[in-house]
Write a protein that binds this ligand. Sequence first.
Ligand SMILES: [Zn+2]
Length: 236
Amino acid sequence: MECSTVREGISATLDGEDPGVPMADLEAHVDGCADCAAWWEAAAGITRLARLAPVTEPPAVPERVYARVAAKPGVDRLRWALVLVAVCQFSVVVSQLLMPMPGITGEAHGGHLQHETAAFNFAIAVGLLFVAARPFRARTQLPLLLSFAGVLVFLSIVDVLGGQVGWYRLSGHVPLLLGVLCTILLGFGRWRAPEPGSHVREDAETFTATADAESSRPRRRAKTDRHQPPAAKRVA
Ligand SMILES: [Zn+2]
C-alpha cells in the first residue's frame, strides 16, 4: 500500500470517518514505515489539541477586554476623576447632615427635607463610584444621572433668577455635574470603554488556544501532506 493511500485513510479515521481500507492494513504499513508513523502521531496530536483545547483552556476574552479598558488612553484618568468627584459628593452629604443649610432648616419639615436631599446625593456618589469601577457600564447610569442633573440645573436657574438660592448652596452641585460629564465621556466619548462581547472579543478569540489549534491544523497538514488531500475532503 502506498504512503499516500495510508495517510488518506489515517486522516479519515481521525475525522471519525471510514478509512476506505482495512484498519489492520493501515497499522501494518505504519509498523514498517517510520515516515507514516511520524505523520500519524503528528496528525493525531493536532486533532487532539483541536478537540481538547476548548475544554482545557480557560477563556481568554474577559482578561483581554479588561486589559483594553485599562490600556485605553484617558480611561484611567476619567475613572480617578470620578473617584475624586464621588469623594466630594460624599463630603456634600456629610455637610448636609451635620451643618445647617440656609433656606432649608428654617422651614417646616426642613430637617427631613435635608435628610432626603442627603440620601439622593449619597446615591449619586455611589453611582459615580460604580461607573469608576465598571467604566464599560457608564451608560447604564446616565438615565438617572442626566435626569437628576437636568432637573436640578433647570430649577437652580429658576431659583437664582428668583433670588432664592446662594452660591454656597449651588456649589454643592458641582461634583454632580462633573461626575455626569465624566460619565458621558466614558459612555460616548473617544475614551469609551469597550463592552464585553463587542468587537474586542472577535480580536481576542484569534489568540485563544482553540483558534490557534484550529488555524494551525490545516496549515500543518498542508505542509506535510501537500500532495495528498484527506480522503474526506476528496469525497466531499
Ligand atoms: Zn508510509
